[in-house]
Design a protein around this ligand. Structure first.
Ligand code: 5CA
Length: 437
């Protein structure tokens, strides 16, 4: 992509309304635009990141055996009357009437909808276990939408729903998601710690929030310092195997949110307990037969007896993660994208576009890199070098390749790692070899 025709409305000045760094950088880097309170348009740069996050989430859901569906954003109030949540959900639910005065709502979550799908088609234990997920926009009329996409009113969530014959089998599904979540966040360069949590309006008796650590987080959290050493990606975990010992080994380290943490019963010695703030990027629940009983989702077991299906639900805050990753990975010049979610891999900067050699080298690099599938954003604008480099640092692509008249005369270009700031001089051929293949 060439910057001269890429829609990237960067801002020099810090927008006043943005209180936290991720919100500031998302606005300054031209990633989103507020449409109304807590509702955002995603501009090209922001949308690329959102899709990369979505892709990682999808791959790990698929790997855990969940099947992707797409349920609607608008739901019928009648379903929610069946579960008893229509009145209980209160003002956070956006209620709508259609032209026939039927009560509809913009879905804040999909337990009812998915239970309706299940009960329509499935009656036997033979269909179990089953996990259905979708990645869909939600609406919650939050009292205080704030921090940009971190607490929006409209936001993108991955929500998965598991169906099992009994409690023991449901725990296996829960464990699968538990491990899938650890992998999902680790692949985004995040350390997300699962913390025992209250289950709130979703209900249920087993629940963990996945929290990434950030000073600007909304919740106070407590965890054993050993959590920082957990590296799930280097472990060879068979997601279809017996995960209980693995989950137990993770949970042998203490971690809890404010609501659950009680200093008088906390097993961790003070010296090992870290207290900080965190951002909830996912939440998993086991709630048994709460919805299936209310809505008549029953299956026949191998013994011929009918019973309500056991369910869990598992949410990832996909759009929140865009902000969360920035909170976890930035410096005072801008965003530092982990490679796995970066909107582009390389930012190619032509320092002097009216210098024929610079432009030839850039054009050649641009063609070869993109041709080889290395996503490259080429700054071919006629701008001051300082502001080009500042923009590159702000948008935070993992690598910068800077082509300037002096070094290009010596046959080299400068390659900078955005995270470490380290630079080296390479020939254009060496740049190709480095990034291609
Ligand atoms: N049905 C369950 C799980 S599928 C559920 O709705 N869980 S939740 O309420 O905890 O939401 C799941 C995730 O969505 C949260 O962990 C959070 O990361 C994200 N989320 C929730 N509310 C918002 C919001 N207002 N703005 C952005 N992300 C949000």
């Amino acid at each position: 992509m060439r910057l001269t025709n890429y829609f990237l409305p960067t801002l020099r000045d810090t927008p006043k309304e943005a209180q936290i760094v991720s919100h500031r950088y998302m606005l300054r880097a031209g990633m989103v635009q507020q449409a109304s309170a807590g509702i955002y348009s995603w501009l090209p740069m922001g949308y690329r990141v959102l899709r990369k996050i979505e892709k990682i989430v999808r791959e790990e859901q698929d790997a855990a055996g969940a099947q992707e569906v797409l349920m609607p954003t608008i739901q019928s109030a009648d379903l929610w009357r069946e579960s008893g949540r229509y009145d209980g959900y209160g003002k956070e639910m956006l209620r709508i009437q259609d032209r026939h005065d039927r009560d509809m709502l913009f879905g804040p979550t999909n337990e009812e909808q998915v239970t309706d799908i299940f009960r329509t088609h499935l009656k036997s234990y033979r269909a179990l276990p089953l996990m259905l997920y979708h990645i869909q926009w939600k609406f919650r009329d939050e009292v205080r939408p704030r921090f940009g996409v971190m607490r929006g009113r409209e936001f993108l969530m991955k929500d998965n729903y598991s169906f099992d014959l009994d409690h023991a089998s449901a725990v296996k599904s829960y464990n699968k998601m538990f491990v899938a979540y650890l992998k999902t966040y680790a692949r985004m360069g995040l350390k997300a710690i699962p913390m025992a949590a209250d289950s709130g309006p979703i209900g249920g008796d087993m629940s963990h929030e996945f929290i990434i650590l950030a000073e600007t987080g909304e919740s106070e959290v407590y965890y054993h310092k050993d959590w920082l050493d957990v590296d799930v990606l280097s472990q060879d975990i068979d997601i279809d195997g017996d995960l209980q010992p693995i989950v137990d080994s993770f949970l042998s380290r203490y971690a809890a949110t404010d609501e659950k943490h009680d200093p008088s019963t906390c097993p961790v010695p003070e010296a090992d307990l870290i207290t900080t703030r965190g951002i909830e990027v996912g939440h998993i629940f086991y709630f048994g037969t709460k919805y299936s009983e209310a809505m008549g989702a029953r299956v026949t077991g191998p013994d011929g007896k009918e019973s309500p299906v056991h369910m869990g639900s598992y949410g990832v805050g996909v759009s929140r993660l865009v902000g969360g990753i920035i909170e976890a990975s930035h410096d005072d010049r801008g965003i530092i994208w982990p490679e796995s979610v970066a909107p582009f891999h390389i930012g190619l900067v032509n320092v002097k576009i009216d210098d024929a050699t610079c432009t030839d080298v850039c054009e050649d690099l641009y063609r070869k890199l993109n041709g080889a599938g290395v996503e490259t954003l080429y700054d071919d604008r006629n701008e001051r070098t300082g502001s080009k480099l500042a923009d590159m640092d702000l948008i935070g692509l993992p690598w910068q390749v800077v082509v300037g008249p002096r070094s290009v005369k010596n046959g080299v270009v400068e390659v900078k790692n955005r995270r470490t700031g380290e630079t080296e001089e390479l020939t254009p051929e060496a740049v190709i070899n480095r990034f291609v293949g």
